[in-house]
Design a protein around this ligand. Structure first.
Ligand SMILES: *[C@@H]1O[C@H](CO)[C@@H](O)[C@H](O)[C@H]1NC(C)=O
Ligand SMILES: *[C@@H]1O[C@H](CO)[C@@H](O)[C@H](O)[C@H]1NC(C)=O
Ligand SMILES: *[C@@H]1O[C@H](CO)[C@@H](O)[C@H](O)[C@H]1NC(C)=O
Ligand SMILES: *[C@@H]1O[C@H](CO)[C@@H](O)[C@H](O)[C@H]1NC(C)=O
Ligand SMILES: *[C@@H]1O[C@H](CO)[C@@H](O)[C@H](O)[C@H]1NC(C)=O
Ligand SMILES: *[C@@H]1O[C@H](CO)[C@@H](O)[C@H](O)[C@H]1NC(C)=O
Ligand SMILES: *[C@@H]1O[C@H](CO)[C@@H](O)[C@H](O)[C@H]1NC(C)=O
Ligand SMILES: *[C@@H]1O[C@H](CO)[C@@H](O)[C@H](O)[C@H]1NC(C)=O
Ligand SMILES: *[C@@H]1O[C@H](CO)[C@@H](O)[C@H](O)[C@H]1NC(C)=O
Ligand SMILES: CC(=O)N[C@H]1CO[C@H](CO)[C@@H](O)[C@@H]1O
Length: 443
């Protein structure tokens, strides 16, 4: 039996263990995470880059990757402006920075008109590999991938600006999600159109839906938005293309952690939403099926390749959560009761390191690696990459599911897996570095 097959059997077993797994309190708020075993013998190498690297993705073109270099970090706070798209040569270990494509200044201004701080954020590559969408300000910047690789001065081909004279979908776009047919760009607006700096002015985050032009690769028009919770963050599309999952860090505006001075007792938990993708394309405001509680500050969601497990990473719980997708879906697909309570869909919780903000599947989904940012820097806490054994996690094993921690620099933030599956690149936001990890040397 293949490891993956057996993982599927274990999923069934794990479902039976659900009541045991959910009895753990790991998904409540946690300040510093317990110390982890440091893994020795994992091969890593580091590249210094200018500014604060955030989003990172491998290009469809051989031996190239893209990274957003989002601003300059001075005294621990980021000054947005002069952000670029970096083009990497990944034939080397670590990769090298070939050149930087300047991005439009108008999309990286801070504190515009009393709304949230803004800047460039993560990047997304279109399914055909031809275009790059960089989330920025209240919209996105579109680049031609081949022209960016060629360091062409015409690599930026357009922008998406959801703001009109009468309405604004948001002020802090953090991620662009493209539908599998590339007809729609869904922009996660972390803070909506209110102020991120002033809780009494804060509005819920949302998904702003943009219909991309069929013939003009550089244009699109906003269809509308779906309001969600506060600090809308990660998204994932189901393998069958029917659902979009998206995390909201909190149910209410207050209850956000901005520093260690805000204790767990003042935080509010968050959730992930299940959204009907086809309805989102027609009538965004009506597309939300269900919200599922997901610990404190859930920031990332990703699906197993078969779509049966929904994995969620909760930053203020220091936890990786696994949900049985069929159970989640049964809560809104049952004809008798449109919205049942999905809390029994949680099948595993894994204790990871401090303030995890991204995760990635490696080794054919037998391992998950989390980027533990430690962004609030508790006394005695540390950054790192936690290596999780997926089978053990789904089996409900508390002790066996974590192999240990790979040391990193400051604020590991986003990760990408090379097409050959052998290298993970991790941006280190506060250190101006990209760390390369040799996947073959992980336990
Ligand atoms: C952007 O670069 C210009 C020219 O080097 C510099 O004057 C300006 O201060 C920079 N802005 C930011 C926000 O870094
Ligand atoms: C990339 O293009 C810019 C602007 O034309 C130029 O200044 C820079 O030297 C180029 N970089 C490389 C590595 O050719
Ligand atoms: C987006 O459009 C609005 C309204 O036309 C305009 O005020 C704003 O400056 C635009 N944003 C950017 C970054 O171009
Ligand atoms: C801001 O967003 C809210 C929804 O969160 C919406 O009701 C309001 O109309 C928006 N304001 C503008 C100016 O677009
Ligand atoms: C936040 O916004 C409210 C409502 O406009 C205002 O009264 C208050 O002074 C603002 N607080 C800060 C710190 O700007
Ligand atoms: C869902 O069920 C759980 C456990 O049965 C309960 O603690 C929770 O309050 C319920 N949530 C809602 C929204 O009814
Ligand atoms: C990964 O898993 C898939 C699905 O079970 C399987 O077809 C494939 O052979 C596996 N690949 C490797 C390298 O193990
Ligand atoms: C984290 O806190 C320690 C003291 O507890 C301090 O020495 C260190 O510089 C801090 N790191 C960051 C990135 O703020
Ligand atoms: C997990 O490990 C701890 C410390 O080694 C031990 O005390 C505990 O009994 C173990 N728990 C299980 C379920 O094996
Ligand atoms: C906390 C702090 O000192 N922030 C400062 C960092 O530097 C920028 C730019 O010089 C200032 O604007 C901040 O006030």
């Amino acid at each position: 039996m293949s490891r993956l097959r057996s993982a599927q059997h274990l999923l069934l077993a794990a479902a039976a263990l659900a009541s045991i797994a959910t009895s753990t309190s790991l998904h409540s708020c946690q300040e510093a995470a317990p110390p982890q075993t440091t893994l020795h013998g994992v091969q890593t190498a580091t590249l210094d880059v200018p500014g604060t690297p955030w989003g990172i993705e491998y290009a469809a073109q051989a031996d190239r990757a893209f990274v957003t270099l989002t601003g300059l970090s001075t005294n621990g706070s980021v000054q947005f402006g002069n952000g670029t798209l970096g083009v990497l040569d990944t034939s080397l270990f670590p990769p090298s920075l070939l050149h930087q494509i300047p991005l439009p200044q108008a999309f990286q201004l801070a504190g515009k008109g009393g709304v949230a701080v803004a800047g460039i954020a993560q990047l997304t590559i279109s399914p055909d590999g031809g275009r790059i969408f960089v989330a920025a300000d209240q919209g996105a910047i579109i680049l031609d991938a081949a022209l960016a690789i060629a360091n062409s001065s015409t690599a930026v081909i357009g922008t998406l600006n959801g703001t009109t004279a009468s309405s604004s979908p948001g002020a802090q776009a953090v991620q662009v999600t493209l539908t599998p047919d590339s007809k729609y760009a869904i922009i996660s607006q972390e803070h909506g159109n209110g102020s991120a700096a002033n809780i009494s002015l804060m509005t819920p985050g949302n998904l702003n839906v943009v219909r991309l032009d069929d013939t003009d690769q550089s244009a699109g028009s906003s269809l509308g938005s779906l309001d969600l919770g506060y600090n809308v963050a990660g998204t994932a599309i189901s393998p069958d293309g029917r659902h979009l999952y998206v995390t909201s860090e909190r149910y209410t505006a207050p209850g956000i952690r901005l520093s260690t001075s805000i204790p767990c007792s003042e935080l509010v938990p968050g959730f992930f939403s299940v959204i009907d993708l086809h309805e989102l394309e027609r009538n965004p405001a009506q597309a939300r099926h269900l919200d599922v509680p997901a610990g404190y500050a859930p920031v990332r969601v990703r699906l197993s390749h078969h779509g049966k497990v929904i994995w969620v990473l909760s930053r203020e719980s220091n936890a990786l959560l696994a949900y049985d997708a069929a159970k989640v879906h049964s809560c809104f697909s049952s004809s008798s009761n449109a919205r049942k309570n999905a809390s029994d869909a949680l099948i595993a919780t894994v204790q990871v390191g401090n303030a995890p903000v991204d995760f990635i599947f490696v080794r054919n989904e037998t391992r998950i690696v989390t980027a533990d940012s430690d962004r609030f820097n508790y006394t005695g806490s540390t950054t790192g990459l936690t290596v999780v054994d997926v089978e053990m996690a789904l089996e409900g094993s508390t002790n066996g599911s974590v192999h240990g921690r790979v040391p990193t620099y400051e604020f590991p933030r986003a990760m990408a897996l090379s097409p050959d599956g052998q290298t993970v690149l991790v941006t280190q936001y506060d250190s101006g570095k990209i760390q390369a990890v040799d996947v073959r040397t992980l336990p």
